[in-house]
Design a protein around this ligand. Sequence first.
Ligand code: SF4
Length: 281
Amino acid sequence: MYNLQVHIDSNSGFCFGVIYAIQMAEDILDERGYLYCLGDIVHNDEEVERLTRRGLRIIDHAMYRELRNEHVLIRAHGEPPATYQLALENNLNLIDASCPVVLKLQNRIKTSYDKKEPIYIYGKHGHAEVVGLLGQTSNEAVVFENMEELLQKELPQNITLYSQTTKSTSNFYKIKDLLIAKGHTVDANDTICRQVSNRDKDLRKFAAQFHKIVFVSGTKSSNGKVLYQVCKDTNPNTYFISKVEELKSNMFQPNDSVGICGATSTPMWLMENVRDALLKY
Ligand code: SF4
């Protein structure tokens, strides 16, 4: 027996945007037995599988274009205006679970676009949220993933800077400072979700308390990557896993204290399963 001391971070688990989307999906599934969802409802394969078993049908945009007279859930990441337009044309009933934080950001970007500001979005190319943000600008805003990519572009004197909600706060401010140092006038809008940036600080404290950290997240989760790195920087003995089967006994020593934490898309039930498996070591 390893006699591990295992604790789950009480601040980890779904953010309110994801809780809201899943609650909406479950309510409709109880009522109708099935529901289409445009894209993975959450970037966590285990949770997607659980909901698929309950009748959730994940579709991509090509399948969405073919649908008629159905109910379709819009997940927390939000969608561009074209998705709503198509719903009108094809008599689709949209269950809109776009996160209020994302909707607010979409509105801010739309306002900047209407004022003809040069919009630069710090975000991941092709990420669903970013596609929704770009859609507010008729795809005219510039998206960049990191400083190197931004500096390869010819930049205007004035820059209106936004961020995808799940990017790293410290990188956002580094980008802002660098642009100012290069002589640009920057209207920097820190639009990183507090559910992500506050976890950053809390996780540092949490990760420092244990011999080992098991970070549980889907590989597609953006904030999962950011928050895993926060843990790893604080505690080098941090392991990333997506499911219980990825735990290995050689990660641990007898009597280790182990902290379990995760992304805003990691279900609490999954972290509890990880804890139960560790307690059997
Ligand atoms: S991380 Fe923030 S913006 Fe994204 S879904 Fe959760 S609450 Fe909404």
